[in-house]
Design a protein around this ligand. Structure first.
Ligand SMILES: *Cc1c(COP(=O)(O)O)cnc(C)c1O
Length: 218
């Protein structure tokens, strides 16, 4: 199937309240344009330089989501245009995003990345660290960033029960924080990729990040 057909099939399959982020990392401009011409405008990249290059070459009504680990010294390159940063994992990073957002006269939407997987290598905050960040005075002082919700990645495993229980723990934490912060804009739960988005949606995801099921293997 073509990229356009994959996108259409996926959109028909997922409930209408779920936002689909088409993960285009490592894929060429032509592949993104094919999805764009099929009506899709939300794309995810995991590297700053790659996202910036693609932003420059592609139509300006695309919403670019940064889904990979972000270093503070690179925030300035994406601050003028990024739509949503999924991978905020420290107060220091959030402070830099706030600074660069202000410089650009913007408010930048962010998600806190929560570590739910068993793998050691994946980035993210623990539930306790996320609570601490959200309760800190330094966080309250930031007026050019908005925390729109949470992001998490499950362990890469065939064990469906393990994946489901990780998503469920994130979903429970999301509901708890949502009830407490009581800001209407705190409503995004970014979880689910090609291999596990069905389970993620069953467990309460509102935004899925799908790459290989749309663009093919990397
Ligand atoms: C690559 C990536 C995805 C998409 O992975 P697929 O398995 O290709 O769907 C989703 N989220 C993050 C953070 C990624 O790095």
């Amino acid at each position: 199937m073509s990229i356009a057909e994959n996108i259409k099939k996926l959109k028909a399959e997922i409930p209408p309240h779920i936002t689909l982020v088409a993960v285009s990392k490592t894929k060429p401009i032509e592949a993104i344009l094919e999805a764009y011409n099929a009506g899709h405008k939300i794309f995810g990249e995991n590297k700053v330089q790659e996202m910036t290059g693609k932003y420059e070459q592609l139509p300006k009504d695309i919403q670019w989501h940064l889904i990979g680990h972000l270093q503070s010294n690179k925030v300035k390159y994406i601050a003028p245009f990024v739509h949503l940063i999924h991978s905020v994992d420290s107060l220091k990073l959030l402070q830099e995003i706030n600074k660069q957002a202000k410089k650009n006269g913007r408010v930048i939407d962010c998600l806190l990345q929560i570590h739910i997987a068993k793998e050691e290598t994946k980035f993210g905050l623990s539930f306790e660290e996320a609570e601490e960040l959200l309760n800190s005075e330094q966080f309250y002082a930031l007026d050019s960033v908005r925390i729109r919700g949470l992001m998490g990645m499950a362990t890469f495993t065939m064990n469906e029960q393990a994946v489901r229980s990780e998503f469920r723990s994130l979903s429970d934490f999301f509901k708890k924080v949502k009830a407490r912060v009581s800001h209407p804009e705190f409503k995004i739960l970014s979880m689910g990729m090609s291999g596990d988005y069905t389970i993620a949606i069953e467990e309460g995801s509102t935004m899925i990040r799908v790459g290989s099921s749309i663009f093919g293997e990397r």
